[in-house]
Design a protein around this ligand. Sequence first.
Ligand code: 2P0
Length: 350
Amino acid sequence: MGDRQVFQASTTAPVNIAVIKYWGKRDPKLNLPTNSSLSVTLSQLDLRTHTTASCSSSFSSPDSLTLNGSPQDVSSARTQACLRELRQLRRQLEDSDTKLPKLSEMPLRIVSENNFPTAAGLASSAAGFAALVRVIADLYQLSSTPTELSRIARQGSGSACRSLFGGYVAWEKGTEADGSDSVAVEVAPVSHWPEMRALILVVSAEKKGVSSTSGMQATVATSTLFPERAERTVPKRMEEMKKAILDRDFDTFGKVTMRDSNSFHATCLDTDPPIFYMNDISRAAVRMVEEINQAAGKVIAAYTFDAGPNAVIYYLAENEHAVAGLFKNILGSKDGWAGSRGSAVQSNSE
Ligand code: 2P0
């Protein structure tokens, strides 16, 4: 039986949404960013990739990966970088204890499912690569910390490094050429700010026109606003945002979140040729948040937009009615928000 044995592990990793955006690489091969970034993991929304990995010498080679039932290409440089690093760590264990089964030499079978519909229009590569790295680390019984694994997941997709943690997570850009210090660290667990809520406005479920990978490199190459953002604006905002989170200061959290989203989209517009991710409905959501905040006399809602038109709105539980209630009313009543073009995924109240 020995060499027919199947070894298996399962795990999940969450989708993360950046409130200080990653946009630009100083090393496209290692996914080393030009600036640090910070995300909030939507654990209340429970958007996750579930992944099972198994290995056995009885499996016929080569490695395989299935996502939502469809076979995926494992030969991409990004996936190969992750598998190579994980096998290397396992090999070190096997070399130091020769009684361990030689899992590093066995073909891998990886099966992933997203618990959210592709039609939700959410990027899943971050959760996908984080789950892939975590599950193989578990299968190989590696003792690596989430921060150590984030260095590997980053090579799959930059933003994936932040999905190794829940809650508030910083990806420190690092300065080393080999990327050894470009890793994710926890700023605070989700329990630190239990009143935080998020709402996703699905403006469009269509795949984005310009991929993040090519879009960000076009911005780095052509935008004159970009150096100001990467070198001065973001480093300052990272510190403001960390402090706002630690102080549970929603006013600052909200202001910095909105300004950083706008700064990121401004550099997209300043790219040659320009990149548009937000559309008229996205801009209507911005105006609604502005109106909500004006009516409240303070910042009680904050929007952020990634490389697409969908909005994520952050607010505190005490403002559920004023923020989520209003958006839900409009979703049911206004052209453009309603039906297949607009829907909301809303966080559960705890
Ligand atoms: C972010 N985005 O911080 C930003 C905001 C999109 C807008 O991270 O080339 O898919 O795989 O490293 O991680 C999207 O970029 O790019 C992204 P790669 P990734 O969440």
